[in-house]
Design a protein around this ligand. Structure first.
Ligand code: UFG
Length: 335
């Protein structure tokens, strides 16, 4: 298929472009390189452009005849979304609307959308199912929920079909460490912990140890990026077969606490990096775990990497490569 991957130079989008290319699809990546990187595009052609530029989008769609779109381009930092809501509504909502509009006008009827567990806010029950109330507690989650609403409404009135995948905590990297998370100011737990292990930051600060969880720290469902990409490929197959619009949770169905994650990072790296305690971070639900039975039953999704040590190991290999550190240097630094 000829597939447009927006945000294909970013963390998750670059893994999608890689897999599409490896499986023989024709890939065009559309990315404004605001957080993405040219060298992360392993397959296909990179078009540098912005989703706000509707004329450029129109020209691209007129020239290329895409069969499907996988839309990854978005801002993703929750607390930034609280501080700069307009930035999030503009990029995550308005630009997605531009893209969906362009798809409809150019009769591209298959769309895969990167949604998020943040649409649930603080769920009443975990594992959370797709039919839970959507009560996002930050502009990031709200902007994604708004796009889901647009997708639902547009698919009711046109032949346009979509699969929205609600990601839980995506982590890990390409097994050959060719691509991975590349944000300089990463905020995600596993990346922050690995950078503390590399000595690039002083410590890992645990945001709150007084939650109502077994060890007092927050629980999350960490999913390897390649299992998430498998879910996208299955979603693409589903739409290609004429399947109807669907929304699926993507997570393993069990979680780890912040303390447990820090423990596995210590095991994998062999480095006893400093961990300190600080207050709760605003907007952190105590526990967020996916009920992923729907995607397993309907699309036959079977995770291959449901193993926190593997997730962390692939992220560790990537971080070492990104910062040009080898084991010897790291051991010497930590002696
Ligand atoms: N945490 C720390 N210290 C840190 C970083 C994180 O204690 O330095 C804790 C957080 O408080 C949270 C857990 O580790 O309890 C995971 O935090 P992350 O920032 O890694 O991820 P979040 O759960 O906040 O959010 C992620 C994505 C969102 C997505 C959400 C859905 O960043 O895009 O998962 O579950 F919406």
């Amino acid at each position: 298929m000829k597939v447009l991957v927006t945000g294909g130079a970013g963390y998750i989008g670059s893994h999608m472009a890689r897999t599409l290319g490896e499986q023989g699809h024709d890939v065009v990546v559309y990315d404004n390189l605001s957080t993405g990187h040219r060298e992360s595009v392993l397959s296909g052609r990179l078009v540098v452009g912005d989703l706000a530029d509707t004329a450029a989008l129109d020209a691209l769609f007129a020239g290329e005849k895409f069969e499907a779109v996988a839309h990854f381009a978005a801002h993703i930092v929750v607390d930034e979304s609280v501080r700069e809501p307009i930035k999030y509504y503009r990029n995550n909502f308005v630009n997605a609307l531009n893209l969906i509009d362009t798809c409809v006008r150019h009769k591209v009827d298959k769309f895969i959308f990167s949604s998020t567990a943040a649409v649930y806010g603080i769920p009443d029950r975990v594992p959370v199912t797709e039919d839970a109330l959507l009560l996002p507690i930050n502009p990031y989650g709200a902007s994604k929920r708004m796009v889901e609403q647009v997708l639902r409404d547009v698919s009711h009135t046109t032949g346009f079909r979509y699969v929205a995948l609600r990601y839980f905590n995506v982590a890990g990297a390409d097994p050959q460490a060719r691509i991975g998370q590349k944000y300089k100011d990463a905020t995600h737990l596993i990346t922050v912990s690995l950078r503390a292990a590399l000595g690039l930051r002083k410590d890992l600060k645990v945001f709150g140890m007084d939650y109502d969880t077994p060890d007092g720290t927050c629980i999350r469902d960490y999913i390897h990026v390649d299992d998430l990409i498998d879910a996208h490929m299955l979603a693409l197959g589903h739409l290609a077969r004429g399947g109807r619009s669907r929304i699926y949770n993507c997570g393993y169905g069990h979680g780890y606490s912040v303390k447990e994650v820090a423990g596995v990072v210590r095991q994998v790296t062999g480095i006893d990096f400093p961990v300190s305690e600080t207050g709760r971070r605003e907007g952190d639900p105590p526990a967020l775990v996916a009920d992923s039975s729907l995607i397993r039953a309907e699309l036959g999704w079977v995770p291959r990497h449901d193993d926190l040590a593997y997730i962390i190991k692939t992220a560790w290999e990537w971080e070492k490569k990104l910062y040009g550190r080898d084991e010897k240097q790291i051991k010497e630094k930590n002696r």
